[in-house]
Design a protein around this ligand. Sequence first.
Ligand SMILES: [Zn+2]
Length: 98
Amino acid sequence: LIGKPDIVLPRLRSIIFVHGCFWHRHKGCRKATSPKTRVKFWNEKFDRNVRRDAAVRRTLKRDGWRLLTVWQCELANKPRLLSKLARFLESGNRAKEN
Ligand SMILES: [Zn+2]
């Protein structure tokens, strides 16, 4: 699959990405810092990453996959992470039944 998803659940037609906040530019996240040197280099690199992620998402959605992104910073709060995963998986099960 394009984008090399971290977790693929074929029966639920669902994909989970675990994204590093820095590389994938988690919006509003304090881990998504911008280096103070070689600013142009980093900005271009980040732009490429964000554009690639968006293209991957578009393609996978078009092919009928359900997508969930788990951010690196969310791994720290296990209860919240588990409820996010549970919601995603439950709605995937409902979608399958309908
Ligand atoms: Zn984050």
